[in-house]
Ligand binder design. Sequence first.
Ligand SMILES: NC(=O)c1ccc[n+]([C@@H]2O[C@H](COP(=O)([O-])OP(=O)(O)OC[C@H]3O[C@@H](n4cnc5c(N)ncnc54)[C@H](OP(=O)(O)O)[C@@H]3O)[C@@H](O)[C@H]2O)c1
Length: 248
Amino acid sequence: MKTILITGCSSGFGLDIARHFLDRGWQVVATMRTPRADLLPPGERLRVLALDVTDPLSIHRAVEAAGPIDVLVNNAGIGAAAPFECMSMASAHEVFETNTFGTMAVTQAILPQFRQRGAGVVINVTSSVTFKALPLLSVYRASKAAVNAFTESLAAEVEPFGVRVRLVLPGRAPETRFGENARSHMAGLDHQAYAELVKSVFASFGESGPVTYSQDVAQAVWRAATDPDSPMHLPAGEDAEAWAAERP
Ligand SMILES: NC(=O)c1ccc[n+]([C@@H]2O[C@H](COP(=O)([O-])OP(=O)(O)OC[C@H]3O[C@@H](n4cnc5c(N)ncnc54)[C@H](OP(=O)(O)O)[C@@H]3O)[C@@H](O)[C@H]2O)c1
């Protein structure tokens, strides 16, 4: 029976990825900053562990407690929206600490066992915003674009050991807690100079049109985990697929 470890399972995509793999008979290590036993159906194949991706000791303890795993999903992440000149550098560091360095640190903690076993899959959840130069998202987009570049190079580095590395790029998913969790990294949205831009960007968020659902992301992660021929970039969600197709 295969085992998957997922970061950021307290809500949104992480929670649905965990459900998806549990429903298909996998052993699931669902990790959360603050573990909650009531979010997923209890059973012998589920373990809920504490893991804060910005805390080296927490990573070490979770990886030790998890034991051998077959698939790692770096899903934990935080959003941010601000005209760049209004964003504090502390906020920018926090976004990178979670989205970029958190992904790298958990990957580094798991890689030795994958290399020694000659098998394993790392799946990094980034974002379809890396397909387009959108305003107000400069820091968030940069934190995810860095993970794209990291992932592509890492894939070439560990492929000779039988380790696969893939990217899942979801589109906009209003149903998760992402927008709410990004609030502490929003700034300057009332700045007079940016008022028109902010209005038009937020109006576009409210427009009807295709969006991404957690199930789309869970399915893309499933494909990355189980299909050795899956492509490096897996857009997840109708909007993400459209943006990927429009890419020059
Ligand atoms: N929703 C979207 O529109 C969208 C689009 C593209 C990509 N994404 C990406 O998809 C991933 C999941 O987002 P989501 O939409 O499911 O949002 P979400 O509901 O806010 O879930 C994010 C998860 O990350 C966790 N997290 C945050 N900081 C963490 C840390 N330091 N250590 C461990 N876990 C941490 C949160 O846990 P806590 O409960 O402890 O805060 C939460 O479980 C993120 O990487 C996000 O950037 C989202």
